[in-house]
Ligand binder design. Structure first.
Ligand SMILES: [Fe+2]
Length: 400
């Protein structure tokens, strides 16, 4: 990999507003009446055991592109941080260099995972003032960071487990990521014929919380961050014969940021949420849904690169009820079946989705790919099939 010092950094092409509207299902919203206006996702910051190799994996398998870096070569002796992007989605992958880095203890406890769901806000101070008076724990007070590319204003509040939300206003900043980071690209060359971008944006980020805590965190997002309830799934919605969970979804004003929150529910056997809570040692980010404009191409490419997906039984596709429910979708159902892609329809349209197996050693974090066609939902009609697939995996791990 090469390190460059380029003052005229050009950010990777972003999806247009129209593309985003279609990809992630935005709705109209008036920010001026919002107590906590959120413009969108800024970045998902991960702590992993080997940032150098995770960054390479996200480039080679998921088609992300390295664009910035911080590490010993830039004066950061504590850890390495690789900033990768695909469309509007930005991941920051951090790993300890110094054995005494605080990242070591975090990784020791939780394994690889997301520590910071950073959000872009137009007014950091206004958000923090609102959050503080409504019960938030402010972890980092509003402050400026400046370098030759300008000034970033940011602060951070705590959310579930050891996860945080950094709130960032980068309207006065033109650097590659944050002060202290340099532009960095890699020599990685995608295979000939691979799409330039497999996914374009983050659609939603799911949090798993302990039994009885889901409503508390729904209230937190409502009271502290001005989010609104979008959907809820309780009882039979998300139950198989063996395990169950409850889920509620909160979203910011224009639905750019959507947080489903899951808690385990009583079942005959152990819920997948219980398994997560045990292996992550508490609440945390369970899955990240990546919005793609072509899920078929995306799945084909990821599979070719060795990414594993949950399997969908053929019975799912031959079920006459499903066939009747989904109606016409953009490709023949056989093409979805060949790839194990799930389909769901609601009053607004339909969506195609598929779930990867955990990308971490622990059975914790995984990705979803989602291609929306009008539907603002989360694939409620697929929950049962999905959980049966997860249970087969849990069983194989000896955790059911
Ligand atoms: Fe999801």
């Amino acid at each position: 990999m090469t390190i460059e010092h380029l003052p005229n950094h050009r950010p990777t092409a972003l999806p247009t507003d129209g593309e985003l509207r279609r990809l992630v299902g935005l709705v109209e919203h008036d920010d001026s009446v919002d107590p906590f206006p959120v413009a969108g996702w800024d970045a998902l910051v991960w702590v992993v055991g080997n940032a150098t190799q995770t960054a390479h994996y996200l480039e080679s398998a998921f088609g992300m592109r390295l664009e910035a870096y911080s590490g010993p070569e830039t004066g950061n002796r504590d850890h390495k941080a690789y900033v990768l992007r695909s469309g509007a989605a930005r991941f920051v992958i951090t790993g300890a260099v110094d054995p005494d880095s605080p990242l070591v203890a975090h990784h020791d406890r939780h394994g690889d995972g997301v520590v910071d769901i950073a959000l872009e806000v137009p007014d950091v101070d206004r958000c923090i003032e609102w959050a503080r008076t409504h019960g938030a724990t402010v972890l980092v007070e509003p402050h400026d960071d400046t370098d030759e590319f300008g000034t970033v204003r940011s602060a951070a509040i705590a959310t579930y487990g050891e996860t945080r939300h950094t709130l960032i206003d980068r309207s006065r900043y033109y650097g590659p990521y944050l002060p202290g980071y340099i532009v960095r690209h890699s020599h990685y060359q995608p295979r000939a014929g691979t799409s330039t971008r497999l996914f374009q944006a983050i659609d939603h980020v799911v949090g798993n919380v302990e039994l009885g805590m889901m409503d508390r965190w729904v209230e937190f997002y409502r009271d502290v961050m001005g989010f609104t309830n979008m959907a809820e799934f309780v009882g039979d919605d998300i139950a198989t014969d063996y395990s169950a969970l409850m889920s509620k979804v909160v979203a910011n004003g224009n639905h750019r940021v959507k947080f489903p929150l899951n808690e385990p529910a009583a079942g005959k056997k152990r819920s997948q949420i219980d398994e997560y809570l045990e292996f992550y040692r508490g609440p945390g980010v369970q899955h990240i849904a990546l919005a793609t404009g072509d899920i078929l191409d995306c799945v084909d490419t990821l599979r070719r690169e060795g990414v594993e997906f949950l399997e969908t039984p053929d019975a799912y596709y031959s079920d006459p009820e499903l066939r009747a429910r989904i109606g016409h979708v953009r490709v023949p159902v056989e093409q979805l079946q060949r790839r194990g892609i799930l389909v769901d329809r609601d009053e607004d349209g339909y969506l195609l989705q598929i779930f990867c197996k955990p990308i971490t050693d622990r059975p914790t974090v995984f990705f979803e790919l989602i291609e929306r066609h009008g539907s603002l939902g989360f694939g409620k009609g697929n929950f049962k099939a999905l959980f049966q697939a997860i249970e087969r995996e849990q069983e194989a791990r000896g955790n059911l």
